[in-house]
Design a protein around this ligand. Structure first.
Ligand code: PEP
Ligand code: MN
Length: 367
């Protein structure tokens, strides 16, 4: 795995960039109205606007296309901030470059398809433009990383990722459920790539955008992309989730842009002490677990010698119930206790089966 080395975008974007603008560019007046509202707002670092809209079913508004790009060019001269659009194929790229769009992004429905991503990458060979890659619709880290790598491989070294959540048919809360863990895994795999959060597409409703945005910042995300419309109720797409400019500015005032610690340089002394204690406790936890597994091996040898079965349902139920009770009494959730105990039990069963069979066996989850 090659690490992707990033260059400064050279667009004067501050820390925790805020990208705002409509889901879809609809009319020149809509864009002018937003410019009027954003004019004296230094916190807004980039303007977004969709002109090619990927819609799940035909018959919905699919964007105005090239016709709308000159209005975005006008935003650049009015607000002096970069503008970005979504591109889904080589024609879109050509048209966006022709109209001096500063930054491109790849949408969730495109990231899932390596052919489309490669087509975009090929059309960008030799072009120096920043590209932001939204996560694919399904929580597949490799597809997300793969799309970033395809861009990097053609020479794009100004990249960012956008976490816009994942489709989950069983979830009733979000439009696209966030997966903070996966976003952090992306950060571990590609440490130089900043991750921008898109609370609009995650929440799907305007009243939830602020809470999701705050959560993202708490998790150390590097910026926000928030859909904003002069009159969200009348929006031609994603009406339910867009904020009006006043709501956006209130959100920006109220949320806390948390500082991230620069691991290479300064870690405050008291935090360092607490982290040292955590390291120490983890060492003890691992020693204890190792002692537990050695005992399990002895029990396995005993069961083998006496031709006893590995799994005893009654004993497991007692272990599970009593440990969950102990854990919840000490302020740990039942869900956490249960999943931790199941992981330990799976490993124990596996070790005992290995002793009996004298070879590795597939782990088996017994709940
Ligand atoms: C958008 O940003 O308007 C959009 C279509 O997003 P996504 O690709 O995340 O669905
Ligand atoms: Mn949208």
């Amino acid at each position: 795995m090659n690490t992707l080395k990033m260059k400064d975008w050279g667009l004067g974007l501050g820390k925790h960039v805020v990208i705002a603008g409509p889901c879809s560019v609809e009319t020149e007046k809509q864009i002018d109205d937003l410019c009027n509202s954003f004019e004296r707002e230094p916190q807004i670092g980039m303007f977004r606007g969709g002109v090619w809209k990927p819609r799940t079913r035909p018959g919905n508004f699919e964007g105005l296309g090239e016709e709308a790009l000159p209005w975005l060019q006008k935003v650049k001269s009015r607000l002096h901030i970069p503008v970005c659009v979504e591109v889904a194929n080589a024609n879109h790229v050509e048209s966006a470059l022709k109209h001096d769009i500063d930054v491109l992004w790849i949408g969730a429905r495109t990231t899932v398809n390596p052919f489309s991503v490669q087509e975009i990458a090929d059309s960008l060979r030799g072009v120096d433009i920043p590209v932001m890659v939204k996560n694919p619709i399904n929580p597949d880290l490799a597809l997300w990383v793969g799309a970033l790598e395809r861009m990097y491989d053609v020479g794009i070294n100004k990249l960012a990722a956008i976490h816009r959540g994942f489709a989950d048919p069983y979830d009733k809360i979000y439009r696209n459920k966030p997966n903070w863990n996966l976003a952090m895994q992306l950060k571990l795999e590609l440490p130089e790539i900043e991750i921008i959060n898109d609370p609009s597409h995650i929440s799907g409703k305007s009243e939830m955008v602020q809470a999701v945005a705050q959560r993202a910042l708490n998790f150390g995300m590097d910026g926000l992309m928030i859909e904003t419309h002069p009159n969200p109720k009348e929006a031609w797409s994603d009406a339910r989730q867009q904020l009006n400019p006043e709501q956006l500015l209130t959100l920006l005032k109220e949320i806390s842009f948390r500082e991230r610690i620069d691991f290479e340089n300064q870690i405050p002394e008291n935090l360092k002490e607490m982290r040292d204690s955590i390291d120490h406790i983890d060492q003890k936890l691992i020693d204890l677990l190792s002692d537990r597994f050695h005992l399990i091996d002895k029990v396995g040898a005993y069961k083998k010698a006496h031709e006893l079965s590995v799994y005893q349902g009654g004993r497991w139920k007692d272990v599970l119930d009593s440990r969950i009770k102990l854990g919840t009494e000490k302020d740990m959730s039942e869900k956490f206790m249960k999943s931790m105990l199941i992981a330990i039990h799976d490993e124990s069963i596996k070790r005992q089966e290995k002793q009996i069979a004298n070879k590795d066996v597939e782990p088996l989850t017994i709940i």
